[in-house]
Ligand binder design. Structure first.
Ligand SMILES: Nc1ncnc2c1ncn2[C@@H]1O[C@H](COP(=O)(O)OP(=O)(O)OP(=O)(O)O)[C@@H](O)[C@H]1O
Ligand SMILES: [Mg+2]
Length: 344
């Protein structure tokens, strides 16, 4: 067996900013921003989030509503792209991929589990798990074996002929986990998977994730939840706040089901705020979500890297100015610009 090289790899972007890519981590997220813009309203959902997730880790993400948890999962799952920053999955920069390549990435690596289990009501448990395998083109005999393995893994082989309406919420969610595992993903992204469940069912679902990682130590699971009573199932808990990892909580490991720092349990009730249009304010600087095209060739395949914030004599109450670099994947133009970014 070949030995995996685990020395940290330094990634230097064209702006000269250096990141350490942790080879032990299957997910390396560097300084990502996500800004949603609709008409004149901009929402900064993620603002400079950096996070590393180890292979085989069960990571729980907690934080107040609107702090960017779902946005982060969407970016990790390749459903959307960050406005700026880098995401490396198994050493591959997925922020470089176009939307077709992201679809391939998703199929190869990602399993999604959502709060509302997306089961087809008119199909039984077996047929629900079969659906994704059919779309992956898995041959009949292999498919049958795989469905039985997956149902066994989630402890529901005996219930394979039951329809969703004949299963409890927790059992339905376990079937949904089996469907998410159909493509043998290495990363499971679960967005409030127990949000609709009572405590007993919630614990059963979390036990399935634990069991999964025990049997397949290379699978990494990221679970967003509001329920701190589930913390004992996690290897690590990260609290987010205002689109960033709350530093005070970023390395709180659970030990025997207890957080090392119990203070972190209190959730600060702050969400991401919706800001007014700032086009009237310092209009010479674009906001980060306006950096969509290469200033030279107008191509849309660009990467934006946010650099240091700029000190201004009179800090504005609503936003800060940052230096940023636009790198065009098309014409390879590199251009330094200054952008407005809303304060947390
Ligand atoms: N497509 C979108 N367009 C505009 N704003 C969006 C969009 N998606 C999310 N947002 C905003 O981005 C911020 C972060 O949203 P997100 O859904 O990531 O939060 P969350 O932490 O998952 O919240 P919750 O715990 O309520 O699910 C919110 O202010 C939200 O309104
Ligand atoms: Mg959410």
């Amino acid at each position: 067996m070949t030995q995996r090289d685990e020395t940290p790899l330094k990634i230097e972007d064209v702006s000269g900013k250096v990141f350490n890519l942790d080879r032990n981590a299957c997910i390396n997220i560097f300084n990502i921003y996500k800004v949603y813009k609709r008409e004149k309203i901009e929402v900064v959902a993620l603002r400079g989030l950096t996070l590393h997730v180890k292979r085989g880790e069960i990571l729980m993400i907690v934080g107040p509503s609107g702090c960017g948890k779902t946005t982060l999962l969407n970016l990790l799952g390749g459903l959307d792209k960050p406005t700026a920053g880098k995401i490396y999955i198994d050493d591959e920069d997925i922020t470089d991929l176009n939307y077709d390549a992201l679809t391939v990435y998703r199929r190869k690596k990602i399993g999604f589990v959502f709060q509302f289990m997306n089961l087809v009501k008119s199909l039984n448990a077996y047929e629900n798990v079969e659906l994704p395998l059919i779309s992956l083109g898995v041959a009949d005999d292999v498919r049958k074996q795989r469905i039985n393995e997956l149902l066994e893994l989630v402890g529901l082989k005996e219930r394979r002929l039951h329809y969703p309406a004949e299963l409890s919420g927790g059992e339905q969610q376990r079937i949904a986990i089996a469907t998410a595992l159909a493509n043998s993903p290495s990363i499971i992204l679960a967005d409030e998977p127990t949000g609709e469940l009572d405590s007993t069912n919630a614990h059963e679902v979390m036990a399935v994730f634990r069991n999964l990682v025990q049997r397949f130590p290379n699978i990494t699971v990221i679970i967003v939840t509001h329920d701190m009573s589930l913390k004992r199932y996690a290897d690590r808990i990260v609290r987010m706040r205002d689109g960033m990892v709350d530093e005070s909580m970023s390395l709180q490991y659970t030990r025997d089901g207890e957080l090392l720092d119990a203070q972190g349990v209190a959730v600060a009730a702050s969400g991401t705020t919706t800001m007014p249009d700032l086009s009237e304010v310092l209009p010479q600087y674009p906001s980060i979500s306006e950096l969509k095209f290469c200033p030279k060739c107008n191509a849309s395949q660009i990467q934006v890297s946010i650099l240091k914030s700029v000190n201004i004599d009179k800090p504005h109450p609503l936003f800060q100015l940052n230096d940023a670099v636009i790198i065009c994947n098309d014409c390879h133009n590199v251009e330094k610009v200054r952008v407005k970014i809303f304060h947390p």
